[in-house]
Design a protein around this ligand. Structure first.
Ligand code: ADP
Length: 476
């Protein structure tokens, strides 16, 4: 039984939930406490009480705590990576890689605690000094999704603590194991009681309770657009700070001067790795007509060769879909693509394996029109739609013709087109000759349009959300 962590104590919840392995639904990974409103109240109060002293703690103390957390995560990345693959379904190397990234994020923010800087300016009034400093915002509610069970919690928790905030952390229902493992390490890191709290449970109860509580000064959320909109509304109503990362419908453009091996590799990785369950995954593959047939043939061959199976099997490249309801969503969009007249090339079928799991072959469609509904809405599965483009300008306009703006990719050997695309892609992240997914941990992450609201996450830019600016005037 894995308990919640509140005010420096492990607290069993009034109910529990099993964590099920999507590669083998007979495998129950563990039982995890589900908080009720009473426990959420205790966690918020603990954070509220703990925040002022932590906010005034020395940066060295914060750096030491975060560095210790990061070191233990890194030392145990294989063990935790396997747990992550077991509960979420991405492959073992992806699971281990994600925990390595989580550890690196804690270590990065350990150092950031020491680098937080301000400005000192001359006043326009003689004899005055003006100082601009950053202070923690107070208590932050962190709400995370299931697709990156370790990295997303890390990239919210680490900067929150580094900049002196107290945390109430609400992980996704489907993946409490990785969240609990990170929280268990945090519980032994030397943080004062109440500075970090874990409350597991349903979004509609535990998550919802964080939105309206006046003691929570900021909400950092990654998840669906619908929940994001609720959070924005609740936060605006009571004047709380918020930061939202939501969906994507990311394009990958392939021009006729691209290195085709590079392009096929970029598209396959972007569209299908991690079972396409990444907000940065590419689902619209925009290909210049002059190489369309040739590229499609190579992409189809590469897609057909992908090995789908149990996330922990050594030869698996694509693990299962995370659960039944996501599988139903994927199948719904696959049927929609067919009904909309997209040409079905391969995949999109439920597969039987040695274990009962949610296995789906990567689906490839061609001759799609960007206006088709399945090309406009986020699917969040291993489904890619190839869209023909007349030339570079047409490809760029198709790439930008989406409500979203997270990651936008291009494969080209033309400096002119790469440079133009970097400037004109309407996205928070632009990828030239690299997959749309797969981002560094020390630089900002986030999007535009319907993909994101609020300031960027990760890197030094994380300070924008997790601190507030104070301008001080002083006359000696
Ligand atoms: P997904 O469809 O990917 O599960 P959600 O937006 O539903 O996306 O979930 C992302 C996170 O938001 C999860 O931790 C979930 O529990 C939480 N959540 C869901 N509904 C709410 C809500 N009404 N208020 C706060 N958090 C919520």
């Amino acid at each position: 039984m894995h308990a919640n962590y509140i005010a420096g104590q492990w607290a069993e919840g009034p109910s529990q939930r099993s964590n099920i392995n999507p590669s083998d639904t007979r495998d129950q990974i563990g039982r995890y406490a589900q908080a009720d409103l009473n426990q959420v109240e205790q966690a918020i109060e603990a954070a509220h009480t703990g925040a002022p002293a932590w906010g005034l703690s020395s940066p060295q103390q914060r750096a030491d705590v975060l560095d210790k957390i990061g070191s233990e995560i890194l030392a145990r990345k294989e063990e935790f990576g396997e747990l992550l693959s077991r509960e979420e379904g991405k492959t073992r190397p992806e699971g281990i890689g994600e925990f390595a990234r989580a550890g690196a994020i804690f270590k990065f923010f350990a150092q950031e605690a020491l680098r937080l800087r301000g400005d000192k300016l001359a006043s326009v009034r003689p004899g005055l000094e003006v100082e601009v400093t950053r202070e923690p915002i107070g208590v932050v509610g962190l709400i995370t999704p299931w697709n990156f069970p370790a990295a997303i919690p890390a990239w919210k928790i680490a900067p929150a603590l580094a900049y002196g905030n107290a945390v109430v952390f609400k992980p996704a229902e489907l993946v409490p194991g990785s969240a609990w493992a990170i929280s268990e390490i945090i519980s032994r890191s030397g943080l004062p009681a109440g500075v970090f709290n874990l409350v597991m449970g349903p979004g509609s109860v535990v998550g919802q309770a964080l939105l309206s509580d006046a003691r929570i000064d900021g909400l950092s959320f990654t998840g669906s657009e619908g929940t994001g909109a609720r959070i924005a509304q609740a936060a605006v109503q009571r004047g709380a700070k918020f930061q939202l990362e939501m969906g994507g419908k990311n394009p990958c453009v392939v021009l006729d001067d691209a290195d085709l091996d590079t392009a096929v590799n970029c598209v396959v990785q972007s569209a299908f790795f991690s079972t396409g369950q990444r907000c940065t995954a590419a689902s619209r593959i925009i290909v210049q007509k002059s190489i369309y047939a040739q590229f499609l043939e190579r992409l189809a061959a590469a897609t057909r060769s992908l090995r789908v199976g149990h996330a922990l099997a050594a030869d698996t490249q694509i693990g299962p879909v995370v659960d039944e309801s996501q599988l139903a969503q994927d199948l719904h969009y696959i049927a929609m693509a067919k009904a909309e007249g997209a040409r079905h090339i391969c995949g999109g079928e439920q597969l039987k394996a040695d274990t009962p799991g949610h296995f789906l072959s990567p689906a490839l469609f061609a001759d799609c029109d960007n206006r088709m509904q399945h090309c406009q809405e986020e699917i969040f599965g291993p489904v890619a739609s190839v869209i023909p483009a007349d030339n570079y300008e047409h490809a760029l306009s198709l790439a930008n013709d989406t409500p979203f703006g997270l990651s936008s990719g291009i494969c080209t050997t033309s400096l002119k087109h790469a440079t133009h695309f970097k400037r004109h892609a309407q996205a928070g992240m632009v990828m030239v000759n690299v997959p749309t997914a797969g981002v560094d941990y020390h630089v900002p992450f986030g999007g535009r349009k319907a993909s994101s609201m609020g300031s960027r996450e990760q890197g030094t830019y994380a300070a924008e959300f997790f601190t507030t600016v104070k301008t001080t005037y002083l006359q000696a």
